[in-house]
Ligand binder design. Structure first.
Ligand SMILES: Cc1cc2nc3c(=O)[nH]c(=O)nc-3n(C[C@H](O)[C@H](O)[C@H](O)COP(=O)(O)O)c2cc1C
Length: 291
């Protein structure tokens, strides 16, 4: 009975902490970061309309004016690539609405060449991926990790909002704190030789509770693409679970200087696999069914 009450209390603590974070995101709807997310969403919606071969002009009038005004206000605070994207999409939107007879065609710089990657190599890489729990020196340099993360930034994210951040945790005290507070580090060797990444979800991107899962999914896609790319550079990885623990989450925000809307979803260890030690190979069923 006592243990049932205890787990019920734990359930509510997690429930409250999780929802407090969601509300923090929704409350900050007028903040600069939330504006950036909304702008990205609306620019993306306009772009989708423009790229539609059956696009009917006019469209998007309910939000295009506000998007233009917000873009003007916040343009200087946007990442340069996003600001350029906004310039192009909004200019094309204006042009097409001024002259609805213009043909629908993607500008040359956004046309996508669909070169198929070598499937056999990809398949081999997928099959070889395993979690590494035995690392040897040297730990990969932060710059090398940043380069791979930059190369793998092309993940799909809901409305292109990129509601996630990847922290390359280089400061020794921060790294030590993360590892000390991770509960999944049993049976590892050589953790001191790996580089620690923290994948962080930003709930400020969620403008409706029904989309609360989106930032967490962004973290998943970003981390897995990174892990596969790292593997092709000879680096092994292992996820480290980061359960929802209200006190630890609060502390993590202080340690990593995270705003109230952001939380760690998991950590990823990156390093060189010790060739003398194996973590085992977990069989996969694939869980595929036709319905
Ligand atoms: C979200 C997530 C959290 C994980 N957390 C841990 C962890 O805390 N400690 C650990 O040793 N492995 C962790 N793993 C690795 C899994 O145990 C591993 O992926 C699984 O056993 C399958 O093995 P494989 O990755 O070698 O195929 C985690 C994996 C995921 C996706």
């Amino acid at each position: 009975m006592f243990s049932k009450l205890k787990s019920l209390r734990e359930y509510f603590r997690v429930f409250l902490a999780d929802n407090r974070l969601l509300f923090a995101g929704i409350r900050q709807r007028r903040g600069a970061k939330a504006k950036e997310y909304l702008l990205r969403r609306n620019i993306h919606r306009l772009e989708k309309g423009l790229r539609n071969p059956e696009c009917r002009i006019p469209f998007g009038q309910a939000y295009a004016g506000q998007t233009e005004r917000d873009f003007e206000t916040y343009r200087s605070q946007l990442p340069p690539a996003i600001a350029d994207w906004g310039d192009h999409v909004l200019a094309e939107y204006r042009q097409r609405h001024a002259n609805p007879a213009l043909p629908v065609e993607a500008p040359a710089d956004v046309a996508i060449p669909l070169d198929a990657p070598d499937y056999a190599s990809l398949r081999a890489a997928f099959a070889q991926r395993t979690s590494c729990r035995h690392f040897i020196a040297p730990a990969p340099a932060g710059d090398a990790i940043a380069e791979i993360l930059h190369d793998t930034r092309h993940i799909p994210t809901s409305c292109n909002r990129e509601a996630y951040r990847v922290l390359i945790v280089e400061t020794p005290e921060k790294r030590d704190w993360l590892l000390a507070n991770s509960i999944g580090l049993t049976n590892f060797t050589g953790v001191e030789h790996c580089t620690v990444l923290a994948f962080v979800a930003d709930l400020a991107a969620v403008n409706h509770p029904r989309d609360r899962h989106v930032p967490v999914m962004d973290c998943s896609f970003a981390s897995l693409l990174f892990a596969l790319a790292a593997q092709s550079r000879g680096l092994a990885t292992c996820y480290l679970n980061w359960p929802i623990r209200p006190n630890t989450d609060r502390q993590s925000r202080a340690v990593l200087n995270l705003p109230a809307t952001q939380k760690i979803v998991f950590c990823l260890l990156v390093g060189h696999q010790n060739p003398a030690l194996s973590s085992g190979k977990s069989p996969k069923s694939g869980r595929i069914c036709k319905v």
